[in-house]
Ligand binder design. Structure first.
Ligand SMILES: Nc1ncnc2c1ncn2[C@@H]1O[C@H](COP(=O)(O)OP(=O)(O)OP(=O)(O)O)[C@@H](O)[C@H]1O
Length: 776
């Protein structure tokens, strides 16, 4: 039907989407995802597969896809990427497609938005994964790790930085320490010394990194530790076309002042062979001079002391080399030119009876020089990492590790399969360890040793120089040519003897191990200082990494590169999908029960979801209670399984149960709040009512008493008036008044006065009597 979506075959090896359209003339066409029109014949129709609606619209969790095929996954990722949605879940695994541009995804607002929210509550985001790690750590008191994988340039390093940014922000809300800032500032330093421009990525990490962030029990960052794995040393002396040496060289030469450069005898990058072998000095996306200032300020924060120019006094002149660069090198290494010349151009070896010194050919001498340069850089890098750890980790060494919780971020090497893969890769080192001898003898030895190993593919003929390794993603062929050279990192004892004489403390410090060892091995008539073999050391550090990881609860982030210059978007993503094992992950996660809890843990966490009328934990077993919870809360019998000691759940149910638990808890909290507030309010109401009654009572009593007293007073006066009137009437009635009048005429003046006075008294008494009558 018109408008319907179907799957059609394509040249990328998997079907792509296409939409049925009808032209005005009535002809039916298919318009595929790449915009190409295809005719639709009637006989074709039966073979077309209708697209599931979830694939038409796209889903934010690929477990929900109806078309659970490579094509389904690919279309979903590309569809979302086109809409600017770079993050997609696959259960709890996050797929991150590199946006190659700054999106407003990572602001403080976004941190606030995702903080405290469950995975799946909000659209997929790297902050949701960081939050989930943090929450799981705090909830289960268990260390977490994030395994971030993907091709070179897919965005692993940026992702690691974003997780760190998130954790630093939420920890910063809880305390005002400056440790978060110091941890964040270690990035520019590590990137300057350990990253370089490659043809795949302008800022490619050339070392493996495991950053463990330590939190106290309150969830505040207390420190961190960086572990580095196998820096690509060969880059210091050699770069492929269009690639650069490590950033720090270009940054320093572009950013240092003329005066600083003069003190250190530095020129421009293009003057140095080791910096210009790739024919690429500038990198368009980088500003070396600006980065230099950034590196210096980060170094200040991490308490690196300032670079000091070295004194050039006390230098003996020598005729060994007239080159200006040679003198400069000797001066910077703070050794006599003669000692440097000797160590570079001669080698001493032992016969049965004596020590013999032989000159080196020009090629041998430059090998010797390169080995020394690579060793210096590598050791300097290790020293820098340790120096950073001294600031961000040292405080924690005083307390036992168990007093902290941690989240580890593993940024593992980008994996690429070129037409020709150089054996310089660390992966080859992990497999085999590098023997002495030539490339051919090494290949021979490997072909013999690993003949029966199903992961090893021997060279097809004795003239072939390549061999294959069956990786998860497929067979990768490595060319053994130049293998030993690229991996040669043994520094000759002559060189070490030269280092012994240096006045440069840093140089002595970084070669401390070699200087303190007396273990000198003679191999091929050449004295080599034996420190623990590099591949052995690497294997040991990987073993301890594996141990640390397996003790943690892991989260996975798969970074994808959406395009590069040479391949179509879909083809490139398809390859990454296959290599990352995404489809298998989804199938396994869909089929399996990746979430598992012991009955006790499960019951402790989800006890609130249990109805005691259905199953009472006081009388029933933990297993029965767990079963009862699942029966009521999870739909579908097949969605969970009861084991002997644990309960197993499908991927999505962890989040669902958590949500239900939270809902239930907030309901219960509401009831508690309601009852508490009601109780509090009633108590205060009753107190107020009692007080009001007392007030009313007392007021009324007071008012009544006042009235009563007034009345009483009135009556008393009334009574006295009545009495006085009665007395007067009585007096008048007895005629006493007449005799008194006669007596009054006798005493006229006094009598007049007395009469007036008596009249007045009478008037007054009458007046009072009237008032009293009125008041009564
Ligand atoms: N989330 C993102 N937002 C914006 N740009 C990004 C993002 N992730 C990656 N990029 C861009 O892609 C580039 C390459 O990413 P990054 O260096 O993280 O890759 P990588 O996988 O670590 O590669 P390598 O294995 O070579 O070190 C970055 O320099 C940046 O320009």
């Amino acid at each position: 039907m018109e408008g319907e979506w179907v799957w059609v075959d394509s040249d990328i090896g998997v079907p792509i989407g296409a939409r049925v359209t009808v032209t005005p003339s009535g002809q039916r066409l298919l318009v595929d995802d790449e915009g190409k029109q295809r005719s639709l014949a009637q006989e074709q129709e039966a073979s077309l597969r209708i697209m599931h609606p979830t694939s038409v619209e796209g889903v934010d969790d690929m477990i929900k896809l109806g078309d659970m095929t490579e094509a389904g996954l690919l279309r979903n990722l590309l569809l979302r990427h086109k809409r600017g949605l770079i993050y997609t879940y696959t259960g709890s695994v996050l797929v991150a497609v590199n946006p190659y541009q700054d999106f407003p995804f990572y602001s403080g607002d976004q941190v606030g938005l995702y903080h405290g929210r469950k995975l799946g509550e909000l659209p997929p985001h790297i902050f949701a994964i960081a939050e989930s790690c943090y929450c799981n750590m705090m909830r289960h008191l268990r260390n977490q790790c994030c395994i971030i994988s993907g091709e070179s340039g897919a965005g692993k390093t940026e992702t690691t930085k974003l997780i760190l940014q998130y954790l630093a922000a939420i920890s910063g809300e809880l305390s005002e320490q400056q440790i978060e800032q110091q941890i964040l500032e270690s990035n520019p330093i590590l990137e300057a010394f350990g990253n370089a421009k490659t043809i795949r990525n302008d800022n490619s990490s050339r070392f493996g990194k495991y950053l463990e962030i330590f939190f106290n029990k309150k969830g505040v960052i207390e420190g961190a530790r960086v572990e580095q794995y196998l820096l690509e040393k060969s880059r210091v002396c050699h770069q492929a076309l269009e690639e650069r040496n490590y950033h720090v060289f270009y940054c320093m030469l572009a950013g240092a002042t003329a005066e600083e450069k003069k003190t250190l005898n530095l020129g421009d990058a293009k003057e140095y062979k080791f910096l210009s072998k790739g024919g690429c000095i500038q990198c368009d996306s980088r500003d070396d001079a600006k980065d230099y200032q950034r590196i210096l300020s980060a170094m200040k924060i991490l308490t690196f002391s300032e670079l000091q120019s070295n004194t050039q006094n006390n230098l003996e002149t020598s005729d060994v080399s007239k080159s200006q660069h040679f003198s400069m090198a000797a001066s910077l290494l703070e050794v006599k030119r003669s000692a440097l010349a000797k160590s570079l151009t001669e080698h001493s070896f032992m016969t049965n009876r004596e020590s013999v010194i032989k000159p080196l050919s020009a090629d041998q001498a430059s090998d010797c020089r390169d080995a020394f340069v690579k060793a210096i850089y590598n050791k300097l890098f290790i020293w820098i990492v340790e120096k950073i750890n001294n600031v961000i980790y040292k405080k924690l060494t005083k307390s036992p590790k168990s007093s902290f919780l941690s989240i580890g971020l593993l940024d593992i090497f980008g994996f690429e399969n070129f037409k020709t893969n150089s054996s310089a890769g660390f992966k080859v080192k992990v497999l085999f360890g590098v023997p002495q001898g030539s490339d051919a003898t090494m290949l021979n030895k490997m072909n013999q040793q690993h003949r029966r190993n199903k992961n090893y593919v021997s060279s097809r003929s004795e003239y072939d120089t390549d061999f294959g390794v069956r990786h998860y993603a497929g067979i990768v062929y490595y060319d053994s040519k130049g293998f030993l050279e690229k991996n040669r990192d043994a520094v000759s004892s002559d060189m070490i003897n030269m280092v012994k004489k240096t006045k440069n403390m840093l140089l002595q410090q970084i070669f401390e191990e070699e200087l303190s060892t007396n273990n000198v091995k003679i191999s091929n008539n050449k004295k080599i200082v034996m420190t623990p073999n590099n591949s052995l050391r690497f294997r040991q550090s990987l073993d301890s990494l594996m141990k640390a990881l397996s003790a943690c609860q892991p989260s996975f982030i798969r970074c994808f590169k959406p395009n590069n210059e040479k391949q179509s978007e879909a083809k490139l993503c398809m390859r990454q999908l296959r290599y990352s094992g995404m489809l298998d992950t989804i199938r396994i996660r869909k089929l399996g029960f990746p979430i598992r809890h012991t009955f006790e843990d499960f019951l402790k966490r989800y006890r609130v979801l249990l109805k005691t009328t259905v199953c009472d934990p006081k009388t029933e077993t933990a297993a029965a209670c767990c079963e009862a919870i699942c029966k009521t809360e999870i739909q579908g019998e097949d969605e969970w399984k009861i084991g002997r000691t644990k309960i197993f759940l499908r991927d999505a149910h962890d989040a669902i149960l958590e949500r239900l638990r939270e809902e239930k808890l907030s309901k219960i909290a509401l009831v508690i709040q309601r009852v508490m507030m009601g109780h509090k309010d009633r108590k205060s109401f009753l107190r107020k009512r009692r007080a009001a009654v007392v007030l009313q009572k007392n007021w009324r009593a007071y008012r009544q008493e006042k009235l009563r007293r007034k009345l009483q007073h009135g009556f008393d006066r009334l009574k006295s008036k009545i009495r006085s009137r009665k007395m007067q009437q009585k007096f008048e009635a007895t005629g006493l008044r007449r005799s008194i009048s006669r007596r009054e005429s006798h005493h006229s003046a006094a009598g007049l006065h007395e009469r007036n006075h008596g009249q007045k008294r009478n008037f007054k008494a009458e007046g009072q009597c009237e008032t009293l009558k009125y008041k009564t």
